[in-house]
Design a protein around this ligand. Structure first.
Ligand code: NDP
Length: 283
């Protein structure tokens, strides 16, 4: 009964929150978007374009970024630029923010979305991979945010951090990835408090996503996960709306928020739900 009531409350909150989104707030907004060559990042680039934003795209592969940029212009983006950058390089974050500032003259939204490739399998003791993944998935986010914060403070902008259910609740086959996503929650939730203390009007939106039907995710989870994959375009739009409405956290699909409520109060039930999503006979 308690869970049912919580579900209704979360559903109502989600309904009212959706209603507050105003597409005009993104028209002309200056956006720096990472991980923009494929998947959720690519779809976010298209949504921002339809809303008439000015965008800087970044990822490693220039040929893909060029194609995304062309489609963005067709869809209505006011300006689009791209810069190739590998976020495993400690210099890349500052170079990318500098490029965006040069091209757009300021920033309203910084969307941190990229991730480094990581195997979806049992922990095999590869500490070096974890170190590298921390650099790509976590430290580069910290460095990008640090370089952009003074600019976002000027515009009273939004810092949007794309995370995962595995950044709130641990799941199998994601040891290092999960660690990087938990680290994001720790860092950015603490930073949110400090910005409030300093009366800086920069909002931080942490986005908690379930399984999304990107090529990468479907390929990795095949035969291992029973969760249904949710549509990438809707996931992308939910993230954008969350940032635009200055939400503290966004859950997609919405019921992940309920699962996160189970996390600490009902650990046995939480583990039963998690185990029901995974093929425990595939190992
Ligand atoms: P994709 O693999 O489709 O996209 C990853 C993006 O990151 C690509 O644009 C890729 O481009 C870029 N990238 C990879 N390595 C680097 C690097 N070293 N430096 C810079 N850019 C890099 O992933 P998704 O779209 O599925 O994921 C996007 C976000 O959503 C991630 O934060 C992920 O954790 C989160 N998420 C996704 C879920 C899903 O089911 N899909 C579930 C939960 C969360 P390039 O290779 O050209 O560099």
């Amino acid at each position: 009964k308690a869970l049912c009531a919580a579900g209704i409350i979360v559903g109502l909150l989600a309904f009212f929150w959706r209603d507050t989104f105003n597409p005009d707030s993104i028209s002309g907004a200056r956006v720096l978007l990472t991980g923009a060559s494929t998947g959720i990042g690519e779809q976010m680039a298209y949504h921002y374009s339809r809303f008439g934003a000015e965008i800087v795209l970044t990822a490693r592969r220039g040929t893909l970024l060029q194609k995304v940029m062309e489609k963005c212009l067709q869809l209505g983006a006011k300006k689009v630029f791209y810069i190739q950058a590998d976020m495993s390089s400690p210099q890349a974050p500052e170079e990318v923010v500098h490029f965006a500032l040069q091209k757009l003259g300021g920033l309203d939204h910084l969307v941190l979305n990229h991730i480094g490739g990581t195997p979806f399998r049992m922990w095999d003791g590869d500490v070096e991979h974890t170190r590298w993944l921390m650099q790509v998935n976590f430290l580069s986010y910290v460095a990008l945010a640090s370089a952009a914060l003074p600019i976002l403070a000027e515009s009273k902008g939004s810092l949007i951090v794309v995370s995962s259910l595995t950044g709130k609740i641990s799941t199998p086959f994601t040891t290092s990835y999960s660690a990087t996503k938990f680290a994001l929650d720790g860092f950015f939730s603490s930073l949110r408090h400090e910005l409030a203390m300093q009366k800086q009007d920069v909002c931080i939106t942490l986005c908690i996503l379930g399984l999304i039907d990107t090529e990468m995710a479907l390929e990795k989870t095949r035969d291992k996960v029973y969760m249904s994959a949710y549509p990438v375009a809707e996931a992308a739009l939910t993230i954008i709306k969350g940032g635009a409405t200055r939400a503290r956290e966004v859950f997609y699909p919405w019921w992940l928020e309920l699962l996160c409520c189970l996390r600490d109060w009902f650990p046995d039930q939480r583990d039963v739900v998690i185990q029901s999503f995974y093929n425990y006979t595939s190992v």
